[in-house]
Design a protein around this ligand. Structure first.
Ligand SMILES: Nc1ncnc2c1ncn2[C@@H]1O[C@H](COP(=O)(O)OP(=O)(O)OP(=O)(O)O)[C@@H](O)[C@H]1O
Length: 972
């Protein structure tokens, strides 16, 4: 048994209801702050900033295995976190400063000792404190809050025990060291898909299934606070008990495996510890000090596509993101001090209301991942947390209560409960205790406020509609600009193609020029593409904005439906007559808003049709333009082809002529070579013949020489013989023979001379013969040479004539080419001119169409605004009527029907109340975005087919298929 129980034995107040220092109900019985705490007064006056701690987890095993780069740097000493962002190939570091920064190597113990322990101490001082973990899924929220283990081993915690077990341990350590008398109660709730479930509720078989966990109601306490009706409170005496409770509760929490975390918490959880500590005043009066510690583990903010959430998971993620978005909006409004704080838009913010801008001390632990893959979400978390730093709370220490007053309080509570039980048992009417009556009164007031808020919402919606209209117009303009740009780019692109084709048939100079032109065009095209890309990006971001806008509209609508639900549940407890009248008025309002918005819808439809028609015309014009351009370019290409062909033909003719000329030349040269060969042959023959004749002559001469030598020898010999004979005869016949010898001598000489003469004559005649042969041959050679010379001359003349004619032919070809080039240039100029005229004509016509479209849109716009203003006027009058009737009825109800119960035994019998059913409220919910798109598409198709039919049958369509309602068709 716990010592506190033994010593004190007092019963603490309900921990499900946050103790409030300004609680009027208990004010009379409470003393002033026993500590005379001046710092609390200071805090109250100035406000204390929410403390924001940043924790970055280490890279997970998977991330480390895949070498995922880390982009987060933590400087714990300077309390700074830097995220390295790569924008347009430039590294840009974004640095954020927080109250404390814990890097990837930080220990659970350090985090607790440095940041959480002081907060826990303040709880024991009597403050209400909240610690909540916020961050992307899988960044270590649950690890930080709950950690890996809670059980102490040899008095030591496991090193990965988180904030909750350490805080519990710390509280018990301090209380035990102070030997304080205390009592402690814990609650553990889960907020899943906007439903609160009690994680400490006893396990009943029918609730054992997750899906059938019993949701419990979040109630307004009528004093601006909330309480969870029927939340189980467990009285605890030891840390061990709390660990068991935590284990039990955590096991019931909804978790699931996502791509980002194997065990991802799909719900928000709030674990609250309420401690009552007994103190004695110097006068001996027993006082009770109360502190409350809320430990919140939020579900992870997540990118649905990246976390791999589908179907049910995606709905969860949507709900998680929705409540976190509301939390973000609350933070923004608190930071910017921009009027109405939308606490009521989600249960999470309703539960945390006192922790955000209230009297609680709050600490946010923002968790991030260092991975580059999570950079976008990390930056969003850093922004979120950094903004939250500026929230100012006004913490107040809870006023201590006198023990006797507390007991009195509890007795009256028991009495109230007894009376309720009694009335329930008797079933003879409704017993309304005074404070309940006051609560209901407050609820009625809250209801009126809600109606006012709904009207405000309606106004905002109207403004949003106008904003959407503007957005639509600007989008239209952007589209027109884009198509214009596209057209220009296409034109320049095809122009550049044609230029490339034509440049092939012009000279290098022209080709150079064309190349430069082409390059310029290419650069321009590139610029145009970049421009287009930029515009595409802008358009994409606009679409994203629109999507966000639509999703926020859907969310607002959801919130409206949520309000309607609440309205219904509150109406159930309120007076019946007022409800009936209210219903009639709401019906009227519904019809009026419906007709007004239908008119708006019609106008929007007309606007759509008009813009569609304009776009159609624009499109057809653009198509005409592009087809005309295409034709023009085709013609140009054809002409260029013809020119090219002609040029090619003339060039090939020139080529043929040149080939023929070359052939002629070759033949001429061959002939010359042939003639030269024959001349050289004749000349060599001539010299050979000459050689032969010369050798023959030499032979003849040698022979004649020999013969002459022989004859002379013979003559000499005969003469010697004759002389010797004559010497003898002379001696003998001196005188007689003198005469005979002279005669014989004469005869002998005469004969020799005659033979000599004959031989000489023979030789001369032979020589003459040879000489005549040589002469004949020379003559024949001369004749042949003459013939050859004549032939060569003739060939030369022929060749010269052929060269002359080839030259003429070439000159003619070049002249033709020049003429064709001139024709080509002229054709190109003509094409350019026709292109320019075509472009101007098209620009003018597109301009006139756009002007027409704009004028028509302007007209429709003015119609729309007049319709909107008339509808708004109607709404204002009707609302005035409604409010006055509500006022009247409320007054009537409060004055005449609601009275403090005086047992008169005439309590009227319970009778049924005609309320809007859940189904009717559910019908008001906008169907899924895809369905809306589909039905909108169908309607547009139908409208294109038969515009009249569309407007006439719109009402019927609306009635026949509720699901195909377009957004903003408010019914209630
Ligand atoms: N500081 C840390 N040191 C070591 N491991 C960590 C740290 N922070 C987180 N982890 C590990 O990262 C994983 C995911 O952590 P955890 O489940 O706490 O994330 P979560 O933010 O609660 O995610 P969810 O929002 O999906 O519930 C766990 O395996 C956890 O052990």
């Amino acid at each position: 048994m716990d010592s506190s129980q033994k010593k004190g034995g007092f019963v603490p107040v309900s921990p499900s209801q946050t103790p409030r220092s300004t609680d009027k109900h208990g004010r009379d019985f409470r003393s002033l702050d026993g500590n005379g705490n001046s710092s609390s007064k200071l805090d109250r006056d100035k406000g204390v900033n929410v403390q924001v701690i940043l924790r970055c987890r280490p890279l997970s095993d998977d991330e480390a295995r895949l070498n995922t780069p880390a982009v987060i740097t933590c400087n714990e000493h300077r309390r700074e976190v830097s995220a390295a962002q790569n924008i347009a190939n430039k590294q840009i570091d974004r640095t954020f400063t927080f109250d404390k920064v814990f890097g990837p190597t930080s220990k659970q113990k350090d985090l607790f000792d440095q940041s959480i322990a002081p907060i826990v101490n303040e709880v024991l001082e009597g403050y209400n404190c909240t610690i909540f973990a916020y961050g992307q899924t899988g960044t270590g929220k649950t690890y930080t809050m709950e950690g890996g283990g809670r059980k102490a081993k040899n008095g030591e915690f496991p090193s990965d025990a988180g904030v909750i077990p350490r805080a519990v341990r710390h509280i018990f350590d301090i209380l035990e060291s102070q030997c304080a008398e205390y009592s402690m109660k814990v609650t553990f709730l889960e907020l899943y898909n906007e439903e609160i479930t009690d994680l400490l509720a006893p396990d009943e078989s029918k609730f054992s299934d997750d899906k059938s966990k019993k949701p419990i109601a979040l109630m307004e306490d009528g004093k601006g606070g909330v309480f969870v009706r029927g939340l189980e409170e467990e009285v605890v005496y030891t840390a061990g008990e709390i660990y068991k409770i935590l284990d039990k509760g955590s096991a019931k929490r909804r978790t699931a495996e996502t791509l980002l975390n194997k065990q991802s918490s799909r719900s928000h959880s709030i674990f609250s510890i309420t401690i009552h500590i007994k103190e004695c005043t110097p006068e001996g009066e027993e006082m009770i000090k109360c502190g409350k510690l809320n430990l919140v583990d939020l579900a992870g903010s997540e990118n649905i596509s990246r976390s791999g959430a589908r179907d049910g998971r995606a709905r969860e993620a949507g709900e998680i993101n929705k409540s976190l978005l509301t939390l973000g909006r609350v933070i923004n409004t608190l930071v910017e001090h921009s009027g109405h704080i939308p606490y009521r838009d989600s249960k999470l913010t309703r539960l945390l209301r006192d922790s955000l801008g209230g009297k609680t001390k709050t600490c946010i632990i923002a968790t991030i991942s260092p991975s580059i893959l999570c950079l976008e979400e990390t930056l969003s978390t850093l922004d979120y947390a950094h903004r939250a730093k500026n929230i100012k709370n006004k913490p107040e220490v809870n006023q201590k209560m006198m023990k006797s007053a507390m007991i009195k309080d509890l007795y009256s509570e028991i009495d109230r409960l007894k009376q309720e039980v009694f009335a329930a048992r008797e079933k003879n009417g409704v017993y309304i205790p005074r404070d309940r009556y006051l609560i209901e009164e407050a609820e009625k007031k809250a209801m009126t406020e809600k109606i006012e808020k709904l009207e405000l919402d309606l106004d905002t919606k109207d403004k949003q509609l106008v904003g959407l209209q503007d957005l639509y117009n600007s989008q239209k303009q952007l589209n027109a600009d884009l198509s214009d740009k596209l057209e220009k780019t296409l034109a320049s692109f095809s122009l550049s193609h044609t230029l490339t084709g034509i440049s092939q048939i012009f000279s290098w100079k022209e080709i150079d020029g064309s190349m430069n032109l082409l390059q310029k065009k290419l650069v321009e095209t590139e610029h145009a593409f970049l421009d287009l890309e930029e515009r595409y990006r802008q358009a994409k971001s606009t679409v994203k904005e629109k999507e966000f806008f639509i999703s926020s509209l859907l969310k607002s609508e959801k919130a409206l439906i949520e309000h309607a639900y609440e309205l219904r549940s509150e109406l159930e407890n309120a007076a019946a007559d007022a409800t009936e009248e209210l219903k009639v008025h709401v019906e009227r309002l519904k019809a009026m808003y419906g007709s007004g918005i239908r008119a708006l819808d019609d106008l929007a439809g007309e606007l759509d049709k008009n813009s569609e028609y304009t776009f159609g015309r624009l499109n057809s014009q653009v198509l005409n333009h592009s087809s005309a351009l295409e034709d023009c370019f085709k013609g140009m290409a054809l002409e260029a082809d013809q020119l090219l062909n002609e040029l090619q033909e003339s060039l090939s003719k020139q080529e043929d002529k040149l080939a023929a000329f070359a052939q002629q030349q070759r033949e001429g040269h061959l002939r010359v070579v042939e003639s030269t060969r024959s001349i050289s042959k004749i000349t060599s023959n001539f010299f050979q013949t000459l050689d032969i004749h010369a050798s023959k002559l030499t032979k003849i001469l040698e022979e004649s020489q020999n013969i002459q030598d022989q004859q002379l020898y013979d003559l000499e010999k005969k003469f010697e013989e004759c002389a010797a004979n004559e010497e003898k005869q002379i001696l003998e016949k001196v005188a007689a023979m003198l005469a005979g010898s002279s005669a014989r001598k004469k005869n002998l000489v005469q004969t020799a001379v005659d033979s000599l003469r004959a031989t000489a004559a023979d030789r001369t005649s032979n020589l003459q013969k040879e000489m005549s042969t040589v002469h004949d041959f020379t003559c024949s050679v001369k004749d042949q040479w003459k013939i050859y010379m004549e032939e060569t001359e003739n060939h030369f003349v022929e060749d010269t004539a052929a060269v002359e004619s080839g030259k003429h032919g070439l000159e003619e070809g070049v002249r033709n080419c020049k003429a064709k080039v001139r024709t080509g240039t002229q054709q190109w100029r003509d094409a350019q001119n026709s292109l320019l005229t075509l472009g101007k004509g098209n620009v003018a016509s597109v301009d006139s169409i756009i002007r027409g479209g704009l004028d028509a849109n302007q007209l429709l716009r003015s119609k729309l605004s007049s319709a909107v203003s008339s509808t708004l006027e109607d709404v204002v009058t009707s609302n005035k009527n409604l409010l006055s009737s509500i006022d009247y009825n409320t007054g009537k109800c409060l004055e005449e029907e609601y009275v403090v119960d005086v047992p008169s035994c005439s309590t009227p019998k319970r009778r049924p109340i005609n309320l809007p059913s859940v189904a009717s409220i559910e019908e008001l919910r906008t169907p899924a975005f895809e369905e809306l798109l589909k039905s909108f598409g169908d309607m547009v198709k139908q409208a294109n087919g038969d515009v009249k039919h569309f407007s006439g049958s719109y009402e019927t369509q609306l009635q026949s298929s509720r699901d195909s309602r377009v957004p903003l068709t408010a019914i209630n």
